[in-house]
Ligand binder design. Structure first.
Ligand code: FBP
Length: 558
């Protein structure tokens, strides 16, 4: 094991707080069941696909008593699925502690490398020593993660066989919307097979797009946005000190702009593009560049040749004409894969696709700089989609603005100075040591999963709610996975999936930003959140995100 830093040593002894009911009754809390539920949309189709798990009630844990005799010992498997998010280890630690509180003989199996571990039967038995080494640490390195989908009967059969072999009767899947969609399908499959194996999901993703009326936030969002906001604040100080650069900062978030918006609310940049607004208002790339150029020019008139622009990673796919271009390219590359891959240079590849694109799209493609063309033509992900994190949107915008300024300067007497620096913040935040919020939230989600297993239910997502209040007031329970599902058209087929939560233009976080953005564009209203604090006054250490506070602000008394 490598040397442990002083902070890690101090942090290892942090005991996360649990929602009151779990702190008091442990995993023996009573599962109070509400009324039957329905899916967010497409009820008939979802009911047909999930006959055994559709309509399950919402669960809220209330006081319960430890039985005189410990429940029968069980074996449970856990996987981490998808992109890393701060707090994953604490979910496992909470689950481990909950299982041991139920019966010290309970065993937790960590399946390695995500879903692949479950499919291939590749696991480690997690013991107290291993768990202790990872408490309150970032990363997923305890059992690693993977992006393989658990989506076919063939894979489910292998999972079932591996569980049967080991005598595992519970599976906890820690993942995002896709992984929890798969958890829902697996739960239905195992019920139909009368396998006696429960499946519980836990909401993970820094992107913050796995949320709804019942799941207030996915874990990792709090820590990751705090890390990015610290870095953005540092850059703002630098920008305001040197007064010579415009910084273009792309922020992770595969589709939704929650991360960029949260960071904007924390730091007050000159501009933050919100992809959902771009799509709703059909802003073209030219319009986005024109608006940003105007901000640059207006500030230059006031001798402010500096500023900060935040750009969500998924932007490119929300710009209408580029969306069409990407769709055409995806189709084309899927159909002509062999011929395309046989070409050696990017120029040859670009010429090849240009011949096959529709008239308008060809113009759009031709207007893009060579490096973006190359990135758009690069390898697709496992699902045949362009990998947005590899497209340098920040550089694209900076270059296009530079061209506009050059054209203006050619005609103007007084020249505008414009010099850009580009950044991409993503991986920097995904494995940070979890903030107190994420440390508590994740531990609670894991511990709560053990209570759901004890309650004998399957097809649920572990839920900890009321999270903008102090931890003691958090509410523990379970939400039926089918409740979050709807039908979506993906890769030519209608499939059941958990509905992704994009930024809502009528939602409080976007409205809060829209109200102040013009003032931020003109002035120097930077806010410096500083680094995450793990020890110290609660006002500094336990701040929830602006997004959570705004979305779940307690109703004002009239
Ligand atoms: P999840 O949705 O799996 O949590 O992953 C989110 C994310 O961090 C995105 O923000 C980003 O686009 C993507 O993962 C990057 O994926 P990879 O780790 O495969 O490069």
């Amino acid at each position: 094991m490598s040397e442990i830093s002083p902070l890690q040593i101090a942090r290892a002894s942090y005991q996360p707080h649990l929602p009151k009911v779990l702190a008091k009754c442990g995993p023996f809390a009573t599962a109070k069941k509400g009324a039957a539920t329905k899916s967010v949309a497409d009820q008939a189709a979802i009911k047909k696909l999930f006959p055994d798990t559709y309509g399950l009630p919402v669960i809220e844990f209330t006081a319960g008593k430890k039985p005189a005799k410990a429940p029968k010992a069980i074996k449970v498997g856990v996987i981490l699925s998808g992109g890393q998010a701060p707090g994953g280890h604490n979910v496992i630690a909470g689950l481990f502690d909950g299982l041991k509180a139920l019966n010290p003989k309970n065993q937790l199996y960590g399946f390695l490398g995500g879903p692949d571990g479950l499919i291939n039967g590749d696991f480690v038995k997690l013991d107290a020593k291993t768990i202790d080494a990872y408490r309150n640490t970032g990363g997923f390195d305890m059992i690693r993660s993977g992006r393989t989908k658990l989506d076919t009967d063939e894979k489910f059969e292998k999972v079932l066989a591996n569980c049967k072999k080991e005598g595992i009767t519970g599976i906890v899947i820690i993942g995002g919307d896709d992984s929890n969609t798969n958890a829902c399908t697996l739960a239905q499959y195992l019920l139909a097979k009368k396998a006696g194996i429960q499946v519980i999901g836990c909401p993970k993703t820094i992107d913050g797009d796995l949320k709804n009326a019942w799941i207030e936030v996915s874990f990792g969002f709090d820590t990751a946005t705090k890390v990015y906001s610290e870095l953005i604040g540092n850059i703002m100080r630098d920008a305001n000190s040197a007064r010579k650069y415009w910084h273009f900062i792309k922020l992770m978030g595969r589709s939704a702009s929650h991360i960029a918006l949260e960071c904007a609310l924390q730091t007050h940049p000159q501009a933050c593009i919100v992809s959902e607004e771009v799509e709703a208002k059909k802003f073209s790339l030219a319009k986005i560049v024109d608006d940003l150029t105007k901000t640059v020019v207006d500030r230059a008139k006031n001798k402010m040749n500096f500023g900060v622009v935040l750009i969500p990673e998924g932007l490119i796919e929300f710009v209408p004409e580029i969306k069409v271009l990407i769709a055409e390219l995806n189709d084309l590359l899927a159909k002509s894969e062999k011929a395309f891959n046989a070409l050696d240079t990017v120029e040859q590849k670009a010429a090849f696709v240009e011949k096959k694109l529709s008239k308008d799209t060809k113009k759009v493609f031709a207007s893009l700089p060579a490096f973006v063309k190359a990135q758009l033509l690069a390898d697709r992900d496992a699902h045949g989609n362009v990998q947005v994190s590899k497209i340098e949107t920040e550089k694209l915008l900076a270059d296009m603005i530079a061209d506009r300024i050059k054209a203006l300067n050619a005609k103007a007497e007084k020249k505008i100075k414009f010099s850009a620096q580009c950044h991409f913040f993503g991986y920097e935040g995904r494995c940070a040591a979890p903030s107190n919020f994420d440390a508590n939230y994740c531990y609670g989600l894991g511990y709560n999963a053990s209570a759901l297993l004890n309650a004998g239910v399957t097809g649920y997502m572990s839920s900890v709610r009321n999270t903008s209040a102090p931890v003691e007031q958090w509410i523990a329970g379970g939400i039926p996975l089918t409740m979050m599902m709807n039908m979506e058209h993906r890769h030519g087929k209608d499939v059941p999936v958990i509905k992704k939560a994009l930024v809502e233009l009528k939602g409080a976080p976007f409205k809060a930003y829209a109200k102040v953005r013009d003032a931020w564009a003109k002035g120097i209203e930077f806010r410096y959140p500083g680094p995450i604090q793990y020890f110290g006054p609660s006002a500094v250490c336990d701040q929830p995100t602006c997004t959570l506070s705004l979305e779940h602000a307690p109703a004002k008394k009239k």
